[in-house]
Design a protein around this ligand. Structure first.
Ligand code: ADP
Ligand code: MG
Length: 142
């Protein structure tokens, strides 16, 4: 388990970027945290770390899965507005078998989520402070 404390949105994105740089195709990332915790900010950095322009990464309003081509394709999924039954019908089980990297916000809504995924918890610890915990990630390369 890695724990990181950040003091700005940029620092949270930078943490995502460092993780993205170390990831191989086929990885699934499950993100947990309240609304406004910084999950999307983290995924924005992740996209950059995977060689895609991060600026486009936003919380999708209608599109449930957004695709960002880079060194490896990033699939960004936000389950916020979905019922568990609706999540079951999304085809996430197929998506995670592909050769992209799949990052899922509100991952707790997916009942069948894989247990060998990287998990990221983000907590608001007051004002702009955030605590980020990451489990299951490969050690950062030198
Ligand atoms: P989520 O996807 O978890 O709902 P967002 O990434 O969309 O959250 O939004 C996080 C909000 O919190 C943004 O408005 C951002 O500017 C603000 N913020 C303040 N401090 C931080 C921090 N340390 N890390 C990430 N976001 C922060
Ligand atoms: Mg979000």
């Amino acid at each position: 388990m890695t724990e990181i404390r950040t003091a700005s949105e940029e620092e949270t994105s930078a943490a995502g970027e460092r993780l993205g740089e170390s990831l191989q195709a086929g990885v699934v990332l499950l993100l947990y945290g309240d609304l406004g915790a910084g999950k999307t900010a983290f995924v924005r950095g992740l996209a950059r770390g995977l060689g895609a322009p991060g600026d486009e990464v936003t919380s999708p309003t209608f599109t449930l899965v957004q695709e960002y081509p880079g060194r490896v394709t990033l699939y960004h999924v936000d389950l916020y507005r979905l019922e568990e039954r609706e999540v079951d019908d999304l085809g996430l089980d197929d998506l995670v078998l592909g050769d992209g990297i799949v990052a899922i916000e509100w991952a707790e809504r997916w009942r069948e989520r894989p247990d060998d995924a990287i998990e990221v918890w983000i907590e608001d610890s007051g004002e702009d402070a955030r605590r980020i915990r990451i489990s299951g990630a490969p050690p950062p390369s030198a």
